[in-house]
Design a protein around this ligand. Structure first.
Ligand code: ATP
Length: 419
């Protein structure tokens, strides 16, 4: 089995590694090669400093044994990557990896590290050398990290994405996708497809000048094809491709026992207690401090998370929560989902009511109470009164428009979210 991994071919002004891979695959098919299964779109660490957008890398597999066949495949792959990559962009450093053989444990571990940590080009080269993978580096060759990870990534849970590509003459122009047809498609195919639309925002449509017209995400290729057939567009679809992916599987989330174990640029599931009142800062970003016996961390629901921030604003000191999220460049834990495990009852202490019906007043320190109406005195204690909390225990998630590629929606977890 020959595995091919490709990454870092695009730039913010154009191209897309999935598109180049799709062209390569179509060309290989024309040349008579059979691709094994679906090509794979693997999302890596969302905090990788050099990512263009969603830190995605692609791999695919072919059953080829003869030397001249393998050489032909390599020629097709390398010539298209050389020709189509955005090599003029300073931060585009394509990498291509060819690997013949079984996916070893070390390769799987490398892929999981690329999803959960920050790696170096040397890490990738060392592993490639060890397992006998052939690497092709363009410019500084950083793309070999993603290319190798895309080959090695295990997919115990997976989703699919159907990506429809525009005709090149339309690149950069406004996309013509009929919103009503997307709404209808969502209504008829959800939850077999998901994250299609968010109120009036078409979530399947990218907002960059890349070759993608739309991408539909879902549980099976069959559901995606049905959904794709339901979408009406006012421009030509040049081609489409279905990818098997680790998107929306929470593969980036590491469960930790304590706050002190967490590191920057990684994503976690952590349990703790709300330490202070949530606060909102200019720009509409909401923060609160989460604590446990080992330390504390600032948790953030940024402005793009929209109404999710209202839930966070309802937290109070003493509430017990489980937070799913990643520690970004500012050192805050960016919340993707939260489970409110325990809403702490809030108690307010009130002065007792006099027998005449009026609320009593303090008669001075340690002197009990006195009625301002009839003058009656009392040695009673203040009376505890429970203040109603509007926050319900349960799971809450950010809206579709703010969801990370890797983040698992509650619907995929079989959980009904609260709102
Ligand atoms: P797109 O989503 O549009 O394909 P992108 O966001 O995937 O673009 P790339 O152009 O692929 O961005 O750039 C990401 C770069 O970061 C690649 O060179 C990749 O090899 C590298 N990379 C990926 N994961 C890691 C990691 N965990 N540590 C260090 N580098 C990484």
């Amino acid at each position: 089995m020959l595995h091919v991994g490709i990454d870092d071919t695009d730039s913010p002004s154009g191209m897309c590694t999935t598109y180049i891979s799709c062209l390569i695959i179509d060309k290989l098919k024309v040349c008579g090669y059979t691709i094994k299964g679906y090509p794979r779109l693997i999302r890596l660490n969302p905090f990788t400093p050099h990512k263009t957008r969603g830190n995605g890398a692609v791999s695919f597999r072919l059953e080829v044994r003869e030397e001249d066949e393998i050489k032909k495949v390599k020629d097709v792959v390398l010539s298209l990557v050389s020709r189509l990559s955005e090599l003029k962009n300073d931060d585009t450093n394509p990498g291509v990896v060819f690997y013949e053989g079984e996916i070893s444990e070390s390769l799987e571990r490398f892929a999981l590290d690329a999803i959960r940590r920050i790696l170096t080009i040397e890490d990738a080269k060392r592993l490639a050398d060890k397992i006998g993978a052939e690497v092709y580096e363009y410019k500084n060759g950083r793309g070999i990290i993603g290319a190798l990870a895309a080959i090695g990534c295990p997919l115990p849970d997976k989703t699919y994405e159907l990506i429809a590509y525009r005709s090149p003459e339309n690149y950069g122009k406004k996309r013509k996708i009929d919103k009503e047809s997307v709404k209808r498609m969502d209504k008829e195919t959800y939850p077999e497809t998901f994250d299609n639309i968010d109120d009036d925002y078409i979530a399947i449509e990218p907002h960059t000048p890349c070759p993608i017209l739309y991408g539909i995400r879902g549980e099976s290729p069959k559901a995606l094809i049905r959904a794709h057939q339901m979408i009406k567009v006012g421009e030509k679809i040049e081609r489409y491709c279905i990818f098997e992916t680790n998107q929306h599987t929470d593969q980036h989330i590491q469960k930790v026992d304590s706050i002190s174990q967490m590191r920057q640029f990684s994503c976690y599931l952590v349990t703790g207690e709300v330490k202070d009142m949530p606060r909102i800062i200019e720009g509409g970003h909401v923060f609160f401090t989460l604590k446990d016996d080992t330390g504390e961390i600032e948790c953030a629901a940024y402005e793009p998370t929209k109404d999710f921030r209202k839930t966070i604003m309802k937290l109070r000191p003493g509430d017990k929560v489980k937070v799913f999220g990643g520690i970004g460049v500012h050192g805050t834990l960016n919340i993707e989902k939260i489970k409110i495990e325990h809403v702490k009852p809030l108690i307010r202490y009130e002065n007792p009511i006099c027998s005449c019906g009026k609320r009593m007043k303090s008669a001075g320190k340690n002197k009990g109470f006195k009625c301002p109406n009839c003058g009656k005195k009392s040695d009673d204690q203040k009376i505890p009164k429970r203040i109603p909390r509007s926050l319900k225990e349960g799971y809450y998630e950010v809206p579709t428009c703010a969801r990370r590629h890797l983040s698992k929606p509650l619907i995929r977890m079989g959980i009904k979210g609260c709102s």
